[in-house]
Design a protein. Structure first.
Length: 225
């Protein structure tokens, strides 16, 4: 016997509960990231990447014009600014979650339209998003004092490509990163391309990929075959 169910409009569900997956195409894996934050969302991906096996992961809004989604009192702004990362990283967070883009800017004015047109039209970056695959964390950031989001994430795509995403959550200082490729899906690689800048990184003799990442910024890298 065949049972025909009514056409249920699929949507993105909140983080709770987890069981009605068949009613949604996407689900938030943590509470609101808000205020243009990236680290908080990446902390959620650290423990929730595996849910991509069931449905799309919703990393919350990408907001480019403001550092925050809603107008907030001045008294709260000092607490908001430390979460700020650049616009490129707000796109990268959507890419590494599996490519679900939710543009949160006001598109009734030219400023919002210009921002979305600039940051959501990078062909090479969008090709990674279209894969629909979630990145996994490489290293745990736990240091016995406090827990932050992992800095390095990886993806071994079904297309055979290898990708790395490196985040610097400190908005004030540039940081140097050394990724031991044997620990990642990029093992054996000799060159990596930054999909935003086009910069090519050569791997050292000992299999270590070195790079600098600006404060509050990130890199999305593809291994060159």
């Amino acid at each position: 016997m065949t049972i025909f169910l009514p056409n249920v409009r699929r949507r993105s569900l909140s983080m709770a509960p987890t069981f009605p997956n068949h009613f949604a195409h996407a689900r938030r894996i943590g509470c609101d990231q808000m205020y243009g934050g990236v680290e908080f969302t990446m902390n959620q991906l650290w423990g929730g990447w595996w849910q991509k096996e069931m449905l799309l992961l919703d990393p919350d809004l990408m907001v480019f014009v403001k550092n925050y989604i809603i107008d907030v009192p001045d008294i709260l702004k000092p607490f908001i600014n430390p979460w700020k990362m650049d616009k490129m990283s707000r796109v990268n967070k959507g890419v590494v979650h599996g490519g679900l883009y939710l543009a949160g800017d006001d598109l009734s004015n030219s400023t919002g339209v210009e921002a979305v047109g600039k940051w959501l039209t990078n062909k090479d970056v969008n090709e990674v998003a279209k894969l629909g695959e979630a990145f996994r964390p490489v290293y745990s950031p736990a240091n016995g004092v406090h827990v932050r989001a992992p800095a390095v994430f990886e993806l071994a795509s079904k297309t055979g490509d290898a990708f790395l995403a490196v985040f610097n959550y400190n908005p004030e200082e540039k940081a140097g990163y050394e990724v031991i490729l044997e620990d990642t899906v990029g093992a054996g690689g000799v060159q990596f391309a930054d999909l935003w800048s086009g910069e090519i990184f050569e791997v050292g003799d000992v299999g270590v990929l070195k790079m600098d990442v600006e404060g509050g910024s990130s890199r999305l890298l593809k291994m060159i075959k």
